[in-house]
Design a protein. Structure first.
Length: 312
């Protein structure tokens, strides 16, 4: 009964919560060290800048690369977002480049002084957005997860530990995921953080297989705020639930609705109902079957009505 009561409360809060107002994206392409890496990192950051700026009028997109990718510039950008973002907003930080891990502390390699995971966590803690995502695609990024993760903040890392120190290819496929409609596995015209993770992970594995090379990176995520990083979603632990609720880019009519002030509220309602349905499915085992079916039916009917309004 206690589990069911907690679920009902969570669903009520989810449905009655205000729609997310804005999404703040910050992409940082760190120091390459060599011309090939500089070009690769800068290109990935530029592609993300273009993709994210096309997501709609409610997105705020900042990108730091090349000589701008300094500790001071990154600190300034995070402090500015902290001064602007509200609790109902989302915040997404994407790190591209090289990272290092000395067995205790992870650092992102930047032009000039590096920045540590603990310093990044402290800066992100000052941002009011209650839903946050950090995507660390660098080498040794697995060493940053424990420091960066917290309740309400999901962390994706290209490597499972800080000891996987080779340059990664995960960033390439993360960028690809956000512009490939096949990444939209549930066909709801949006690509969630979980879908992007699954796409990039599969593509990374395929890359090493095609190259007949031993994989030197194994992507992981932590989105519960209370457990070790994992490589796949699991209904038992709730891993992946938060990532699945974070829509990063929209496609087709959903993208058009996000850019239309008259339909933006309907789109937000649609996404809230989709999150409610996902939560119900995750928590089915904790509910009476009759109650589960009643709430699911109610949510599906409401979703169909909202979808019909969006399609007018």
């Amino acid at each position: 009964m206690r589990a069911a009561a907690r679920l009902c409360l969570a669903l009520a809060l989810l449905v009655n919560a205000p729609a997310r107002a804005d999404v703040y994206f910050l992409t940082v392409a760190g120091l390459g060290g060599e011309p090939d890496y500089e070009q690769r990192f800068t290109s990935a950051a530029g592609d993300l800048d273009r993709i994210l700026k096309a997501t709609g009028a409610t997105s705020h997109v900042d990108t730091l690369s090349g000589t701008q990718a300094t500790r001071q510039q990154l600190t300034d950008a995070l402090q500015r977002i902290a001064g602007e973002a509200k609790a109902e907003d989302d915040f997404v930080l994407i790190l591209i480049g090289h990272g290092s891990f000395d067995g205790v502390q992870y650092k992102l390699n930047l032009v000039g002084p590096d920045i540590s995971a603990s310093e990044l966590a402290a800066l992100c803690d000052k941002i009011a957005a209650q839903r946050q995502l950090i995507v660390n695609t660098t080498s040794a990024s697995g060493g940053s997860v424990a420091t960066l993760a917290r309740r309400g903040r999901a962390v994706i890392a290209a490597t499972k530990t800080g000891t996987e120190k080779n340059a990664t290819v995960f960033a390439r496929y993360w960028v690809e995921a956000l512009q490939d409609p096949t990444a939209d596995l549930d066909k709801n015209e949006s690509i969630s953080a979980l879908e992007a993770f699954q796409y990039a992970t599969a593509k990374t594995a395929a890359f090493y297989e095609a190259q007949k090379r031993l994989a030197t990176e194994h992507a992981v995520f932590e989105d519960t705020g209370k457990g070790p990083p994992v490589r796949a979603a699991a209904s038992e632990s709730g891993a992946g639930r938060f990532l699945a609720s974070l829509a990063l880019v929209r496609l087709g009519s959903a993208q058009a609705a996000a850019s239309d002030p008259a339909k933006r509220g309907l789109l937000a309602r649609k996404e809230e109902l989709e999150r409610k349905i996902d939560m119900l499915k995750y928590q089915r085992a904790a509910m009476a079957e009759e109650d589960y079916k009643a709430q699911l039916t109610q949510a599906l009917v409401a979703l169909a009505k909202v979808q019909a309004e969006l399609e007018k």
